[in-house]
Ligand binder design. Structure first.
Ligand code: ADP
Ligand code: MG
Length: 729
């Protein structure tokens, strides 16, 4: 497909996928081979050590140093047998992606040789130099130390020749510098709060897990074309490019047969994931050309999130074996769908009950309604926080665009659950309920079918949708660390469940029976948060108007949205539950603002470079050709004939001149705007300046570049075009 312009890249395009050796066609034969899971622990640890580690995983108990030594010895033995020579503490700093610093297992001996060594001390805690990780001002440079500490609940694994131990990452003074620390805390508080509420229904519930099933969308682009696009390479998205005559209009890519080279990539990637115990299960083509999706079976949220981080890494690595680059950016191409990462979330108990799944009888359905209503209420009360948790310089392009939820947070319930809530609202009287009323209500609740999946219409436009046995937080971006959304959601729900219990207990104290008290409180909540329920088309312009009338917020500016992190309400919520302190929240907001600003800064610089060094010279060259052509015509033809024959070309010369002048003027202005923004000290003001004074230039100038792309000789155009990027596979 490569045009002559990209002859040099043909080699790359033709590159054959590397073969890889899958030892068996049964995934179960090699699944989890590179994970130090319970099965392996059993083989490599003493009975006592195994029991204590399991207890630590299940119940959060601590492991003492002596025992950690035993675990380290077993882990090292297993790792070396499986090809590891190094180990690392693997953590999620507040950047994108994960961090690791490898150390060899070696320890010098007196006779000048080395032995393999790994101790409980090294396993449990390390002290990496944290000075280059974002801290949002928490860490002074003289206290550059950060600590990583073993997260027992997520098993160690081997990547290449390195044993990776999942860890949290905190500052010398104890503040979280990562995503995992507050995530673990949020999961812990939602566990406690949900267990307390479950006690109304079942005394056997002692533990509640939050489950997460992420659906990862991504694009694949041919590596040769990718490397010829400095914008893709440096910013992850195309900053310019006219839309392809054909893109997703025919919707012929979605669920179509998977192209062969892509399929080879997927197979190798899935194989690597399965070795790492990541239960990836579903793969398919997405709506936009060259867009795909990968989804695992859901897992406990902390583990699921580690696995998502790992998967993004595996994808990037394996794509190169097949001459592809993977794009995880939320909006790599203008005008077609962006990529999200739906976070399917639910709560489940140690008794095997999914609390977001309707049950078999009125009692379990009352529990189901309790958790659904409290989840909706939590979303309603914390819509701004939830938005802040998913907003970024990259996801901002997707919210509200093609196939993506808008920046208005609303909840879709589907007909069945909506009807149940309406029924509850109407049936519960304010005063004492008669026994008859209670029986009728219970009977009606009993009618919720256990399997709702088929009853939930698939509303694809809702940012937060109930889908039968879970809520699907769809506004999360494809490049995001899911922890950010999961911290906000689980903390909000925990706080809500605590309030619910207080409200119900207060009524019981006043003499209401338990069921009656629960009904009454649910009714109150249903009424309170009615405005967030919306089952219509979330992409329509009418919804924006209606949402505003309903009093729902719609914030599309990132700096503005991030304010929710440091609002009094958020600080109170997080401090009350001990998930994040005010200092940590301010730091997080600052890190996010800085990331936002720096990404815009990089985009503006790359854009200026492309415009001035690639586009303008190409256009000027072509214009020169046209001018020469016109002068030639003038020599050959009579004045009259010439006027007629050169007319089209003169128009082209005029248009190129005008657009090129416009571009050069505007690029200068953009550089000036950047200079002004760059000297602003305050992180928020600087981010706002970039957003409002620099960013608009990109869209404005791009329009003219894209027009020129259609005008200038294809042979001369310096960048691969959308039709090539999207259809080379
Ligand atoms: P979709 O039809 O939305 O594309 P998929 O089946 O592809 O759905 O993916 C849905 C994701 O939701 C999977 O990761 C799946 O394991 C997960 N999931 C299913 N049930 C639950 C649940 N109760 N809680 C959390 N995640 C769930
Ligand atoms: Mg989905």
């Amino acid at each position: 497909m490569a045009t002559v312009r990209f002859k040099a890249l043909e080699g790359l395009l033709a590159r054959k996928a590397v073969e890889f050796n899958r030892p068996s066609n049964c995934i179960s034969d090699y699944y989890g081979k590179l994970v130090f899971d319970r099965k392996k622990m059993k083989g490599y640890l003493s009975k006592e050590a195994f029991r204590i580690v399991c207890d630590a995983i299940d119940n959060g108990t601590t492991i003492d140093r002596k025992l950690a030594d035993q675990v380290a010895i077993g882990m090292k033995a297993w790792a070396i047998e499986n090809g590891a020579t190094h180990y690392t503490h693997w953590f999620h700093p507040l950047t994108e992606g994960t961090a690791e610093k490898h150390d060899a297992f070696i320890e010098p001996t007196e006779d000048g040789t080395v032995i393999e060594s790994f101790s409980g001390k090294l396993l449990a805690q390390q002290e990496p130099d944290a000075s280059s990780f974002p801290s949002g001002g928490i860490r002074n440079t003289f206290e550059a130390r950060g600590y990583t500490a073993w997260d027992v609940s997520s098993p160690a694994f081997i990547v290449g020749t390195t044993l990776c131990v999942p860890t949290i990452f905190i500052s010398y003074t104890g503040e979280a510098l990562d995503y995992k620390t507050p995530l673990l805390k949020a999961l812990n508080v939602v566990d406690k709060a949900a267990v307390d509420v479950c006690q109304y229904f079942d005394k056997n519930v002692t533990k509640v897990w939050a489950n997460l099933g992420w659906e990862q969308e991504y694009f694949l682009v041919d590596e040769g074309l990718y490397l010829a696009r400095p914008d893709l390479n440096l910013t992850g998205r195309t900053l310019m490019g006219h839309s392809s005559a054909k893109d997703q209009q025919l919707e012929d890519h979605y669920f179509a047969s998977i192209p062969e080279r892509v399929s080879a990539f997927m197979m190798e990637m899935e194989y690597e994931c399965h070795l790492l115990g990541i239960p990836v299960k579903t793969r398919h083509n997405e709506v936009a050309p060259n867009q795909f999706e990968l989804a695992p079976v859901y897992e406990e949220a902390n583990l699921a999130n580690d696995h998502n981080q790992l998967v993004m890494d595996v994808m990037r690595r394996v794509a190169r074996h097949h001459g592809f680059r993977v794009l995880l950016h939320e909006k790599p191409f203008a005008g077609i769908n962006g990529s999200g990462k739906h976070c399917n979330w639910s709560l489940a108990t140690n008794t095997g009950v999914c609390l977001h799944s309707p049950g078999k009888n009125p009692k379990s359905n009352m529990q189901f309604l309790t958790f659904v209503v409290n989840s909706i209420k939590a979303v309603f009360d914390n819509q701004d926080l939830l938005r802040a948790s998913i907003m970024s310089a990259t996801n901002m392009h997707r919210l509200g665009a093609n196939e993506a939820p808008p920046a208005i947070i609303s909840v879709f319930l589907g007909d069945y659950v909506s009807k149940m809530l309406d029924l509850l609202e109407e049936a519960v009287s304010e005063g004492k309920m008669t026994p008859d009323e209670k029986t009728t209500l219970k009977l009606d609740i009993g009618r919720i079918p256990e399997i709702l999946l088929d009853n939930t219409d698939r509303n694809r436009t809702s940012p937060f949708a109930f889908t039968g046995n879970r809520f699907e937080f769809r506004a999360v971006g494809s490049s995001a660390n899911c922890a950010s959304a999961m911290i906000a959601l689980n903390t909000a729900v925990a706080s809500q469940l605590i309030d619910f219990k207080k409200d119900v207990d207060a009524l019981i104290e006043k003499g209401d029976k338990k069921d009656e008290a629960i009904f009454k409180v649910l009714k109150k909540y249903i009424k309170l948060c009615k405005t967030i329920r919306f089952d219509g088309n979330g992409y329509g312009e009418e919804w924006k108007v209606e949402a505003a009338e309903r009093g729902l917020t719609n914030i599309t500016s990132v700096p503005e949205a991030l304010k929710a992190y440091t609002s009094e309400k958020t600080i109170k919520l997080f401090e009350k539950l001990g998930v994040l302190s005010s200092v940590e929240l301010h730091a997080r907001a600052e890190v996010e603002l800085e990331k936002f600003m720096k990404k815009l800064q990089i985009e503006a610089r790359v854009f200026g470079d492309l415009a001035m060094n690639h586009i303008v010279p190409t256009c000027v060259n072509y214009q020169t050709q046209l001018v020469q052509n016109v002068s030639g015509l003038k020599e050959i033809f009579s004045a009259e004939e010439f006027e007629e024959l050169a007319a089209g070309r003169k128009d082209m010369i005029r248009e190129i001149s005008q657009r090129v002048s416009y571009i050069t003027t505007k690029v200068d202005e953009m550089v000036e705007a950047r200079k002004v923004a760059n000297v602003i000290e305050d992180a928020r003001e600087k981010a706002e300046a970039y957003d409002s004074t620099v960013r608009p230039f990109l869209e404005d100038i791009r329009y003219h570049i894209d027009k020129l792309e259609l005008l200038v000789d294809n042979e001369l155009w310096p960048l691969p075009k959308y039709r090539e990027l999207l259809f080379a596979r």
